[in-house]
Design a protein around this ligand. Structure first.
Ligand SMILES: [Zn+2]
Length: 211
């Protein structure tokens, strides 16, 4: 069986017989209309005819009837080889891109784990869902490094659950910001995120033990 049609050889033989029985010195106008108005691929037509197809005016009258019968018998024709090949190539390229992306991601994750293990405190990575945090000025929409223990390195101080990039700020009313991490997802969902906040990473690099 050809890839270009889902009809079995037996079904095609039956169609051949049916069409050949209607052979005539004249073109069947109804069949010609069907063949001319229906989109089909030459691979499909060749599989039905049993020889290459170069257009309706290159085939016998009864073969036009044959194609019309086959078009009716197989309204959902398979994608022809050339299209299938193109789709296959696109699929392979996508797979390769995905593989490359995974390799890159793994490398970034490994690098982050190395840095994390050099930090003096336990940290997690939390995503900031807010669109802005004017009080503390940390970068929004990023994955920040969240202190899970109090951090004191020289003059640097971060309370538990503060992000590294956040400078302990005061609100405009002069009081400490009660929820310095507002907007950052502080639940440790166990997801192994890679911090994307450059400011957090800069602080982490500064406080990390030498490699
Ligand atoms: Zn940050």
């Amino acid at each position: 069986m050809s890839d270009a049609t889902n009809l079995t050889p037996a079904q095609i033989v039956v169609l051949h017989a049916e069409a050949y029985a209607q052979r005539s010195p004249f073109v069947d106008p109804a069949a010609l209309r069907v063949v001319m108005s229906t989109h089909f691929h030459t691979e499909w037509a060749a599989a039905i005819l049993g020889h290459p197809y170069q257009g309706w005016n290159h085939i016998a009258n009864w073969e036009i009837v044959l194609l019309a019968l086959a078009l009716k018998a197989e309204p959902d024709r398979p994608t022809p080889a050339v299209v299938a090949e193109r789709q296959e190539r696109a699929r392979r390229e996508m797979e390769e891109a995905e593989r490359a992306r995974q390799v890159r991601y793994q490398a970034e994750l490994d690098a982050w784990h190395v840095l994390r293990d050099r930090l003096p405190i336990k940290v997690t990575v939390g995503h900031n869902w807010t669109i802005g945090h004017w009080e503390s000025g940390y970068v929004t929409g990023r994955d920040h490094i969240v202190a899970q223990e109090e951090l004191r390195v020289g003059r640097l101080h971060r309370a538990v659950r503060q992000v590294l990039c956040e400078t302990p700020s005061k609100t405009t009313s002069g009081r400490r910001n009660k929820d310095p991490l507002r907007g950052v997802d502080r639940r440790d969902d166990g997801e192994d995120r890679i911090p994307t906040c450059v400011a957090c990473l800069r602080v982490a690099e500064r406080i990390a033990r030498p490699a």
